[in-house]
Design a protein around this ligand. Sequence first.
Ligand code: NDP
Length: 245
Amino acid sequence: MNIDFGGKIALVTGASKGIGYDIALALAKGGAIKVYAVSRTLKDLEKLKDQNDKIEPVVCDLTDWDTTAKVIGDLGPVDLLVNNAGVSILQPFLDITPEVYSQIFDLNVKSVIQVSQIVAHKMIDKGSGGVIVNVSSMASTMSLKDHTCYCASKAALDSLTRSMAAELGSKNIRVNACNPTVTFTDMGRMAWGDPKRSAPVLSRIPIGRFAEVEDVTNVVLYLLSDKSAMLNGVTLPVDGGFTTV
Ligand code: NDP
């Protein structure tokens, strides 16, 4: 299946590391004429730009509402948005603090609302519609030890995906989510690097392995492309069958 993003302008949040880095690079290699790569760390974004000159680094702490309004608002038109930036901080339920709750929900949910609002307005103004993909998680539909706030935030993101799809569909903007299993990025290693913790999860994946970053990127590219033109509001598992058993 050939997917060509020729002529498109993309914005990927959390593009300085892990899954977002790979998605941004794949879009640039896949024909996008510009890829806004958003994160807080310029030196990491510059490394990404060294890989492909279609990448345009955008430094922004997406949990800061006023800064995000200015920085993302000042960017040019966008055709494809990937809300990928996310954070996971482990706390047992009985120890959850308001600070950690806010850190997780401010990035994993609130910033998705804000960035999507800004970008959807740009898409509507341009008049040619667009596509939004939210990077959710298998955690949205289950409980995982010490992940209460993270699981709840990803459940909220799935719900947000459906609401956005329902409201934006008539404006020629499709919105879908993908829901990966464990993927060994910095976040994946932090949460699942200890085999004692990860083995019970792995044992429930019928195909017998965790996701590679590329597995997630390929699904995001599909959802961004015209090959998924009739998908709107889906939350697509990328979990080797974990959620079927
Ligand atoms: P990483 O921790 O490797 O990367 C997170 C990215 O988000 C970095 O580029 C980071 O850059 C950026 N980021 C973090 N905080 C902010 C902020 N406040 N403002 C702007 N950017 C920020 O995560 P992954 O690549 O593993 O995860 C990507 C997405 O995939 C997340 O939404 C995650 O929940 C989801 N996911 C991950 C899984 C996994 O096992 N890894 C499994 C399922 C879903 P910087 O620190 O420079 O700002």
